[in-house]
Design a protein around this ligand. Sequence first.
Ligand code: PEP
Ligand code: MG
Length: 747
Amino acid sequence: MAERKDSDSRKLLGRLRETLAAPGGGQDRLDQITHHIADSMGTQVCSIYLFRDPETLELCATEGLKPEAVHQTRLRLGEGLVGRVARSGRHVNTANAPAEPGFRYMAETGEEVYSSFLGVPIQRVGEKLGVLVVQSRDARQFSEDEVYGLEVVAMVLAEMAELGAFLGTQSDSLPSAHRFPTAYRGATGQEGVAEGRVWLHEPRVVVTNPVGEDPLKEKARLNEAVAMLRTTVDSLLAATDMGRGDGAEVMETYRMFAHSRSWLRRMEETIDLGLSAEAAVEKEQSQARARLESAADPYLRDRLHDLDDLSNRLLRILTGQGRDTGAEMPENPILIARNIGPAELLDYGRKLKGVVLEEGSVGSHAAIVARALAIPLVIHAERITSEALNGDTILVDGDMGIVHLRPEESVANAFRDKMAMQAEAQSRYAGLRDLPATAKCGTTVALYMNAGLMADLPSLESSGAEGVGLFRTELQFLARTRVPRRGELASLYSRVLENAHGKPVMFRTLDIGSDKVLPYMKPQDEPNPAMGWRAIRVGLDKRGVLRMQLQALIRASVGQPLYVMFPFVTEMQEFEEAHRLLMEQIAREQRLGHATPSDVRVGAMLETPSLAFAPKKFFEMCDFISVGGNDLKQFFFAADRENERVRRRYDTLATSFINLLEQILQRCDDARVPVSFCGEDAGRPIEAVTFAALGFRRLSMRPASIGPVKHLIRRVDLSELKRVIDAARDAGEVNLRRTITDWLARQ
Ligand code: PEP
Ligand code: MG
């Protein structure tokens, strides 16, 4: 019986393929398709509903309903049984349709005589195209095989729609979700606006032949590809050596999926019904995606993501389409990805005009790289990876966290106006370049810039920064496939110093670990990498790399001052140890008869609350201190900087955090050690004036922020702002943002 079903299904798919190969317009084809399906399923009705726009479905072809209803009958998403199938992405199978909740009777179609209803979604991975329906007079419940068979047919229709196979004389009657203008409301990862064309980090795999002629051959192809996938997954897991704990468990489930017999069996069954191996994988993937959309349990969502990821890998193996599909990157590329690591983002470098992520977080290092590259970044743009296609026009508004994909002309024009206004504001700020950031009360704040790439150095001149307050050295380590050599680093650092033209550059030694994983370093099995083996902890345990880096810095700074700071110092002893290591390297150079820097200044990043309470001796030992507000805030509030949900809850201008900063300032002042603030908050004008009012005399920020920050500092009286802050604290305010912004608005 099952075999007869399989051959029926293959016969139907064969007929569909012939229909699509024959000459003729889109409507004729659709009509013939509905006819063949009704005939093969033994139903009186078969109808195809397609999305007219993201909210509306239109009856586009029917066998059995009144022909005059075609292109007239429309349903909203969620309306009636058809709308329910479209919204949920799942089939509805009922013997008594009028009795179903939500049933909507459409008089113009003449459907009242049909009792049974089976509707399945026409969808590609993550993209809803429409609904395929069969109806019959007798009150029959469709069997599981019939449901499955119709889903397979819908799958083929989806692939064919994707390939434009329906496009004929009435092509406008067949919209695709890939053609609509779509707007996404995400969150700001990095301010700025950009217009460009989509470049997908993981391009969609195109399945060119959804129908398989020879099931045996298709199954052999699938099995071969699955075997290859399993080997890749196994070696991937062996290489990452996740060891024990949660990480290992998660990877084990991933491996389990790859080895799942039922996954393979379901795909083989689909092939038996007439699909090609690729289409069978996609069918499974579509269903997993539909489940993913409605799954609330985060664990389940993660597992469905795993399945999605595995399906993508399998599709790439089957179609031979790797990441490198040979497509040319368009001009003004805007990168679209689900998520991206800092190293991968660096690989793209400054070619990109913007980045849009489905996931991501403001505090992540990918966001910091986007900031270093000065490109707008929008995070949490849900579903964009499945809706955007390479080359689509796209507008990214990093200020508002909004993305417009395939925008209407009016939206694009308004956007261009905004870009022009921003350019104008930047040119106004350029007028401030050579002026000091002196407030009305006469206090001057030194504005430095953060950097991490050679390409950042020209901004030193154009922004008017007084120096580089934070040079993140890990970016060079991240962008390579092996540990850089001492000579390479020394020549890079000396080029940095040359291009700084005598302005100071504060080099921060390697800060890896946490989310900054070097591609060539064995990843650690750490449940909590941000609080794990990172930064100075790695440097002190693996001294070879730190020593080599210090030697490179010393050699690059011969005859001029060298500023070195150590990241993530938690206890005084760590700083002492790192300090000693640096001095040893200088002594070594002298022993070897090499010239040394004219002066060496050693600083610590204050990024953990514990360091704020270190003994006074620690502050006295430092030549300077730099508050790394990104990490300090994360550990002060115990809120992961990578996790938007918790990060957003806590404000830099919360009284408690301001109190902490004030204590740090006091302790630095007592020890007469200069202190700066170099976290991302220093580049936000309201935060920056607040820090200046508290007593910070040096702020380090991304170059583009220097103009706006300087502009605001020059407009205010910092001692008056300090009085306002003190009064609000005395009055018991737990958050100072409102008081400060109200006061600023009156200036
Ligand atoms: C910080 O933590 O504030 C900082 C400047 O370092 P990073 O963002 O590189 O961790
Ligand atoms: Mg940090």
